[in-house]
Design a protein around this ligand. Structure first.
Ligand SMILES: CC(C)(COP(=O)(O)OP(=O)(O)OC[C@H]1O[C@@H](n2cnc3c(N)ncnc32)[C@H](O)[C@@H]1OP(=O)(O)O)[C@@H](O)C(=O)NCCC(=O)NCCS
Length: 140
C-alpha cells in the first residue's frame, strides 16, 4: 500500500468511498468539476491509499499560502486501526511544510463524536476554544 496524490480520475471511486462512510457530509464542491478545480489549485497535496486499484483511504488537502486546510479524512471501515489515517496526515503535513505552510486546520462538526474523538487523540493537534467559525455562500 502506497500513498499517492489524488488525480481527477479518482473522483468516482472517492465519491463512492465518501458516500458509504457515515459522518462524511457531501457538499456541492464534491462534484467532479469543483473537485478537479480544487486538485489543480492545490497540486500534489490531496492524497489516497489504494489496494488493488481501489482507494481505501483519502485526505483532501489545500492551503491559502498561509494555513493548510484538511477535509474528508476517510479510511474505509475494514481498513481502520492500522495507522492509515496517521500516515496520510503525516505525509500531508510534510508536503505542506515543504511549501512553507507550517500550520493547518481541520473543521469538525460538533455533532460528530467519532471524528471529534479521533482529532482529540491526535498528538500535536489541539481543539480551539478561542475561535468561532462564520461561513457564507457569498454575497446576498
Ligand atoms: C477517523 C478515521 C479517519 C481514523 O482512521 P484510522 O486509519 O483508523 O486511524 P489510525 O489507525 O491512523 O489511528 C491514528 C491514531 O488515532 C487513534 N484513533 C483512531 N480512531 C480513533 C477514534 N475514533 N477515536 C480516538 N482515537 C482514534 C488511533 O488509536 C491511533 O492512535 P496511536 O497513533 O496513538 O496508535 C476513520 O475512523 C474514519 O474514516 N472515520 C469515519 C470518517 C471520519 O469521521 N473522518 C474524520 C472526519 S474529519
Amino acid at each position: 500500500m502506497q500513498i499517492r496524490a489524488i488525480i481527477p480520475a479518482d473522483h468516482a471511486a472517492l465519491l463512492a468511498l465518501w458516500q458509504r462512510t457515515p459522518g462524511i457530509c457531501m457538499r456541492p464542491e464534491d462534484a467532479y468539476e469543483p473537485f478537479c478545480r480544487y486538485l489543480a489549485r492545490n497540486p500534489e497535496l490531496s492524497l489516497l491509499i489504494e489496494t488493488d486499484g481501489t482507494p481505501i483511504a483519502c485526505l483532501l488537502v489545500g492551503h491559502d499560502g498561509r494555513r493548510g486546510y484538511l477535509q474528508h479524512l476517510v479510511v474505509d471501515a475494514p481498513w481502520r486501526g492500522r495507522g492509515l489515517a496517521r500516515a496520510l496526515l503525516d505525509e500531508a503535513l510534510a508536503r505542506l511544510a515543504a511549501l512553507g505552510v507550517g500550520k493547518s486546520h481541520v473543521f469538525v462538526l460538533g455533532d460528530a463524536p467519532e471524528a471529534l474523538d479521533f482529532w482529540q487523540a491526535q498528538q500535536g493537534w489541539s481543539a480551539r476554544t478561542d475561535i468561532q467559525v462564520f461561513s457564507t455562500r457569498g454575497a446576498s
